[in-house]
Design a protein. Structure first.
Length: 359
C-alpha cells in the first residue's frame, strides 16, 4: 500500500453498494428512493452525517423559507453584494475588447481551463461533490482554490447547493430548476437574500464533510480577497512584463485584468449556468431518469464534458460524463492522466458501477 507524507482522502468506493445507484438508474422518482440515495451518499466513507443532518421525510430547514422563482425576491429581498459582484464582472468583460492584447487572450484561455475544467468541473463537481475519485489533500485544496477563482462561490457553498440540486432535481426544493423559470435556473437563483441562518443550515445539511475541512473554511472566507490578489498579479504581469505585444505598459496591465479576469469569468460563469438551465431544457436522453436532465452537445464541448448531463444524473458518482464514444469529456481525460501519474486513484468508472448493479 502506498504511503505519503500527505494523508489520502479516506472516502472509499468500496463502501458504496448497488443499492446506492439502483433508484437512479431505474428512474424511480419516489420520495423514498430519493431520500434513501442521499442518506447513503451522506454516509460514504468517513463523511458520516449525524441523524440531525441527514435528509429525512421531515421538512428540510435549509429550504423551509426558500420561495423559488421571482417570488424569492419578494419574500427575501435581493442579495446586493452578489448582484454587484456579477455586474462588475460583466462590465469588465464589456470593456475588454478596447484593451485587446494577445497575452490577455492567452491568459483568458489558460485561466478559463484552469478555473473552469480543473477548478469547477474536476474539483468542485466530480471530486468534492460526488467523490468520483481520490487524490492527495494538497491537490484537493488546489482544485478548490482554482474553483473559487471561477467566481462561482466557495467550495463550501457550491458543493452544498449542488448536492441539494441532486437531492431535489426538478422537484420542489431544487435550487435552480427551469421549472421555476429559464432565467431563474440560469442566473437569478443565487441572487435572493435567503439570510445567514438559511446558508448555515444549507452547509450543515448538505456539506458537513466540507465544513470539517479547515482549509476549505479558510478559502471560503478568502473568496473575494483571492480575486483581488489575482487581479493585482495580472496587472503587474502586464505592466512589468516584457515589452511587445502590448505588455510593459499600464494599458497592457489593464488588458490582462479585463481579459484574464473579466472575459474569462463571464465565460466560465455562463457555461456553468448553461449546465443548470439548458441541459434541463434541450437535448437528448441516454437514460430514463426521474428528472428532466438532457445531453446537450454544445454545452458538453464548451463546458469540458459537463454538458452530458443526463448521463451524469443517471450515474452521478461516475467520473466520466461522456458515455458514448463521441461524447467528448476533456475533464475526464485529465483525471485519467492524473491516475497514470499516481495523483488520482479509485476512479469510479461506468463499467464498474454497471457490474455492481443487480441484473
Amino acid at each position: 500500500m502506498r504511503t505519503s507524507r500527505w494523508s489520502r482522502d479516506s472516502l472509499s468506493y468500496s463502501r458504496v453498494g448497488p443499492s446506492l445507484f439502483t433508484p437512479l438508474i431505474r428512474g424511480e422518482s419516489s420520495e423514498k428512493s430519493r431520500l434513501y440515495f442521499w442518506n447513503k451518499l451522506a454516509s460514504v466513507g468517513n463523511t458520516t452525517v449525524s441523524n440531525k443532518s441527514k435528509i429525512t421525510n421531515q421538512e428540510d430547514p435549509a429550504q423551509k423559507e426558500q420561495a423559488l422563482g421571482l417570488q424569492a425576491f419578494v419574500s427575501n429581498g435581493i442579495n446586493w453584494p452578489i448582484v454587484v459582484w456579477i455586474a462588475i464582472v460583466h462590465i469588465l468583460a464589456l470593456i475588454a475588447p478596447f484593451y485587446f492584447t494577445w497575452p490577455g487572450l492567452i491568459a483568458c484561455i489558460v485561466l478559463a481551463f484552469a478555473t473552469g475544467s480543473f477548478g469547477v468541473c474536476m474539483g468542485y463537481h466530480r471530486l468534492l461533490t460526488h467523490q468520483s475519485f481520490k487524490t492527495y489533500r494538497p491537490i484537493r485544496w488546489l482544485l478548490a482554490f482554482l474553483g473559487g477563482l471561477s467566481g462561482e462561490g466557495s467550495a463550501l457553498t457550491w458543493v452544498a447547493q449542488h448536492r441539494k440540486h441532486h437531492a431535489f432535481s426538478d422537484l420542489e426544493g431544487d435550487p435552480h430548476s427551469p421549472k421555476d423559470g429559464g432565467w431563474w435556473s440560469h442566473l437569478l437563483w443565487f441572487m435572493p437574500d435567503f439570510g445567514r441562518k438559511w446558508n448555515r443550515d444549507l452547509l450543515t445539511r448538505y456539506a458537513p464533510d466540507m465544513v470539517k475541512d479547515k482549509m476549505m473554511v479558510i478559502m471560503h472566507h478568502l473568496f473575494l480577497p483571492s480575486h483581488f490578489m489575482l487581479a493585482g498579479a495580472l496587472f503587474l504581469f502586464g505592466y512589468f512584463g516584457p515589452e511587445g505585444w502590448g505588455l510593459g505598459t499600464a494599458w497592457g496591465g489593464w488588458s490582462m485584468v479585463f481579459w484574464g479576469l473579466g472575459v474569462r469569468m463571464v465565460y466560465v460563469l455562463h457555461i456553468t449556468w448553461f449546465v443548470n438551465s439548458a441541459t434541463h431544457l434541450w437535448g437528448y436522453r441516454n437514460y430514463e431518469t426521474s428528472d428532466d436532465s438532457r445531453n446537450l452537445w454544445w454545452v458538453g464541448i464548451l463546458a469540458w464534458g459537463e454538458g452530458w448531463h443526463n448521463n451524469h444524473h443517471a450515474y452521478q458518482r461516475v467520473a466520466s460524463q461522456g458515455h458514448r464514444w463521441w461524447e467528448i469529456d476533456m475533464t475526464y481525460w485529465v483525471i485519467l492522466l492524473m491516475e497514470k501519474l499516481g495523483l488520482a486513484w479509485d476512479v469510479i468508472r461506468l463499467k464498474d458501477v454497471r457490474k455492481a448493479l443487480p441484473q
